[in-house]
Ligand binder design. Structure first.
Ligand code: NAD
Length: 492
């Protein structure tokens, strides 16, 4: 199925052609070759999936949680067996290196493992004798049909931020993957089918904005999980909550890292080169701004420029490659345009990764690592999510000034500090406005049993993805107050 040219939806336990749907080409960003056609499904396709999801939910919600997690154990084993094949699909449609693809699969598998703890994670609470002879219990119950809409940059991990928790807690789950990277999702859903989820419990509909809006508006879809850019996250959150639905919508980012003079600058620059240029800068936790404090500036600048210029860029399945292309030609044009606008506003370009061709991959959408210097705190580029391998350098005279610069942003996905001072680290982690904080860590990605805690314009909602937050998001609490007086029994 995953290798077929024309992709299909997975509805009610069957692969189905999206009859009548317009088709969109899916490209390998390293070669520009079309590798599949994805259907842009219609309202009728969404309706059919929701109907099947509802049917499945009736029995699935009553299936004991210990039984519900058995297909998840099998899914974990199948994902482990298929790491190599999945990684090749990810690299081919998304562009990241093979090693990066394996890394994201591992982070996805972690979520399957954590969701297997649903028998404990979804336990309720109770108190005996809240008044004499009266007991009170809180249960967690599933919502019904829930949906996730996912972005292009982690085609395996991000669907797995949601799917395992949704189904383990008794919901039926509908995935709308990014139309730019639908092949990985198709393979994951094939593995779910093999793992033995009952028909309708895991479903997938391909499509674009129209399908997303149809899913959000459908009265029988109870909750929306979304990951993507901030304007879309905001719009999806507004639309879903207008319908009174639960929504957790993760948006874009512009992540700063602060380097203090007492940091080990060699190590910090190596870690931050990986953070800024790994996955071609297309990670929502990529560092895109480095703020050096005091005399850290000259050494860090030289070291990071060396890392940027020496990074080996090419097709991610080739050996020794450290960075692949960005997702599309459109993306490359957009990134190069932002760099040019910054240059015309007086920003310096220390390493220029534009207009690059890679031997044997001349049609690929490559932008090499780029380092911008003298970036003004309030300029256009410092507030714009570039989502490419571009690092902006800024300078502060003190930790306090650096923290103020970190907090002077609309995004709050991640902030990192490099230092050997515990005092500075504590001050930083207490005061920065960011949901994910790294201390001597360049990509502070929470492991699956912690919430993925974006703040401000990086997240709209209350409960985040992963772990206990995932379980709470996909369940409703029901509180029962009960009494059984002895002397009443004779009356019934
Ligand atoms: P995107 O917003 O373009 O698309 C995300 C999803 O929304 C896709 O499935 C797409 O089909 C759908 N979509 C696109 N436009 C829509 C619209 N107008 N209405 C409804 N749905 C729409 O994002 P992308 O380019 O695929 O992904 C990159 C973005 O995702 C970056 O901004 C990145 O920071 C962000 N991201 C955030 C996190 C996080 O955890 N905060 C994680 C990964 C990616």
């Amino acid at each position: 199925m995953a290798s077929a040219t024309q992709l299909r939806n997975f509805v009610g336990g069957h692969w189905q052609d999206a009859a009548g749907a317009e088709l969109l080409g899916v490209s390998n960003p390293a070669t520009a070759e079309t590798i599949a056609q994805v259907p842009l499904s219609s309202t009728a396709h969404v309706d059919a999936a929701v109907t099947e999801g509802l049917k499945a939910f009736a029995d699935w919600r009553e299936t004991p949680v210990g039984e519900r997690i058995q297909p998840l154990f099998r899914l974990k084993a199948l994902l482990e067996e298929n790491v190599d094949g999945l990684a090749r699909i990810i690299t081919t449609e998304c562009g990241k290196t093979y090693g990066e693809s394996v890394g994201e699969i591992r982070r996805g598998i972690e979520n399957v493992e954590v969701a297997c703890g649903a028998p404990v994670l979804m336990q309720g609470v109770n108190n005996e004798d809240i008044a004499r002879g009266i007991d009170e219990h809180m249960f967690r119950q599933p919502l019904g049909v829930v949906a996730a809409i996912t972005p292009f940059n982690f085609p395996c991990m991000i669907p797995l931020w949601f799917l395992p928790y949704a189904v383990a807690t008794g919901n039926s789950f509908l995935l709308k993957p990014s139309e730019q990277v639908p092949l990985t999702a198709a393979r994951i859903v094939e593995l779910c089918d093999e793992a033995g989820f009952p028909a309708g419990v895991v479903q997938m509909i391909h499509g674009d904005r129209n399908v997303v809006e149809t899913i959000i508006d459908h009265p029988d879809v109870r909750a929306i999980s979304f990951v993507g850019s901030t304007p879309v996250a905001k719009a999806v959150y507004a639309r879903a909550t207008l319908h009174g639905k639960r929504a957790q919508c993760q948006g874009g980012a512009k992540n700063p890292a602060v380097i203090l003079p007492d940091a080990n600058v060699d190590i910090a620059s190596e870690i931050l080169a990986d953070s800024a240029f790994g996955c071609a800068g297309q990670r929502c936790l990529a560092t895109s701004v480095a703020i050096t404090v005091g005399e850290a500036t000259p050494t860090f600048t030289e070291a990071i420029c060396d890392h940027a210029s020496s990074r080996r860029v090419g097709f991610g399945l080739d050996d020794e490659i450290q960075m692949g292309p960005v997702i599309s030609h459109n993306s490359r044009t957009r990134i190069e345009g932002i760099i040019e606008d910054a240059r015309s506003e007086g920003v310096g370009i220390k390493v220029d990764g534009r207009q690059q061709t890679i031997a044997n991959f001349e049609d690929g959408s490559f932008v090499k690592p780029t380092v911008l210097s003298n970036v003004p705190v309030d300029g256009g580029v410092s507030g714009t999510e570039i989502f490419g391998p571009v690092l902006s350098l800024m300078h502060a005279d003190s930790v306090n000034e650096a923290i103020a610069m970190v907090n002077n942003r609309r995004f709050g996905n991640q902030a990192c500090l490099f230092t050997s001072s515990g005092v500075a680290a504590r001050e930083f982690r207490t005061r920065v406005r960011a949901g994910n904080v790294g201390i001597n860590v360049g990509v502070a990605a929470p492991i699956a049993f912690f919430p993925f805690s974006g703040w401000d314009d990086s997240f709209f909602g209350d409960l985040h993805a992963q772990g206990r937050h995932g379980v709470e998001f996909y369940t409703e609490t029901k509180v029962v107050v009960e009494r059984w007086p002895d002397n009443w029994s004779r009356k019934f």
